[in-house]
Design a protein around this ligand. Structure first.
Ligand code: XMP
Length: 217
């Protein structure tokens, strides 16, 4: 299932023990495990190698710095053997180019539209320009909201070959099937899985929902 699954588990927990316990359940059930600052801050970047035993790892560091710093961060993540990395785009084409150039074989996803309510105050208004920069930089994919279907549909219609990974499913109100039908290639979900009584059952349910939605397309 790993390669075919379109589910990306957001593993926003503190500490490698807790992370590894859930990662073991994710083995064979997810396309990747996404890690973010809560886990990296408590476990160090070596957690990428540790979790890669169970699934490929997507580093959601939302990189947003000058080109040299972006390059240093991306190189380190690449050395750890991550499958992919998430970067901000709003820092501009030079910063984005630095990530792309240092990414090696990693898949680079750029944040075009976010899933939280505050995204409407600023970021959503810039999505056209952010999408254009993602295309120009030759990224692998973009992040678009799995709980704002109109925005994701619109981005899908203009994103060309870029893949779309969509957070906002579960705890932030989105449904996996609606996000897939809006054009998402990957569903990102965290709390609905790692806070559930049975994470492996929850992952199986989401995978089934995704499969059925793909069948409807
Ligand atoms: P939950 O627990 O809400 O976790 O399922 C979602 C995960 O995805 C991240 N996230 C986002 N990342 N753009 C992003 O690049 C977004 O709009 C967005 N919304 C959520 C969040 O940090 C968490 O890891």
């Amino acid at each position: 299932m790993t390669q075919e699954s379109r589910l990306i588990l957001a593993l926003d927990v503190y500490g490698v023990e807790k992370a590894e316990d859930i990662a073991k359940q994710a083995e064979g059930r997810v396309r990747a495990i996404k890690i973010n600052w809560p886990l990296v801050m408590t476990s160090g970047i070596g957690v990428v190698q540790r979790l890669s035993r169970y699934a490929e790892v997507l580093c959601d560091l939302k990189i947003a710095d000058i080109p040299n710093t972006n390059r240093l961060i991306t190189q380190k993540v690449n050395e750890m053997g991550a499958w992919g990395i998430i970067t901000h785009i709003f820092t501009g084409s030079d910063s984005l180019k630095a990530v792309k150039e240092a990414s090696g074989e990693m898949k680079v996803f750029g944040v075009v539209a976010m899933s939280h309510p505050g995204a409407s105050e600023f970021m959503l208004g810039f999505r056209d320009r952010l999408l254009a920069l993602a295309k120009e930089a030759g990224l692998f994919g973009i992040i678009a909201p799995g709980n704002n279907y109109e925005v994701t549909k619109e981005l899908r219609s203009r994103a060309g070959t870029l893949k779309i990974a969509s957070p906002g499913v579960g705890a932030q109100g989105g449904s996996a099937s609606d996000a897939i039908l809006s054009g998402a290639d990957y569903i990102i979900s965290g709390r609905s899985i790692y806070e559930s009584d049975n994470p492996s059952v929850e992952m199986d349910l989401i995978n089934e929902e995704i499969k059925q939605a793909i069948g409807l397309k």
